[in-house]
Design a protein around this ligand. Structure first.
Ligand SMILES: [Fe+2]
Length: 163
């Protein structure tokens, strides 16, 4: 196919209205990321036991990595012509993972994050496919990068839980 024909086809895609369904999916990814971020941060604060130094640092690395992508997720929603969540309540209700409300032992903290991470991976893959189908190539790539980073978390959680 010629370059000119592809440019003509691309112009239709570029000029198409933003998909509210895709914005809704990114909102769910953002909500999951925010709840996961906060959970990892609260575990960083509250973990106790002989593994404290390692897990305090491990949870610290996770919350920093996850939080670093929160802003971009919200801005992707705005770029799709939708509003980013305005309240913590909205983030919690949109998330597929739930808040942690009580003290856990250190391995239960790792296990809770490992379970949440699986749900996050599924959401990221779904959102990546939706973005790709909507020809939102930058967003699809971003979802893929997030997926890769959460795959790394999955490996780390399972390595700790095998100990
Ligand atoms: Fe800290």
């Amino acid at each position: 196919m010629s370059y000119e024909k592809l440019v003509k086809e691309a112009a239709v895609v570029v000029g198409a209205p933003a998909s509210s369904e895709l914005a809704g999916a990114v909102t769910k990814v953002l909500a999951d990321g925010f709840v996961f971020y906060f959970k990892a941060h609260s575990f960083h604060w509250n973990v106790v036991g002989k593994d404290f130094p390692q897990l305090h640092d491990f949870f610290g690395g996770i919350y920093l990595a996850v939080f670093a992508n929160i802003d971009r997720l919200a801005e992707e929603i705005r770029a799709l012509d939708a509003m980013a969540p305005m309240s913590l309540g909205t983030l919690i209700s949109e998330a597929s993972i739930s808040e942690n409300k009580s003290m856990l032992d250190s391995m239960s903290m790792v296990s809770a994050l490992a379970d949440d991470n699986q749900k996050i991976l599924s959401g990221l893959l779904a959102c990546q496919k939706m973005a790709e189908a909507a020809n939102q190539v930058g967003l699809a790539n971003f979802m893929q990068d997030l997926y890769d980073s959460h795959k790394k978390f999955a490996w780390q959680f399972s390595a700790i839980l095998k100990g």
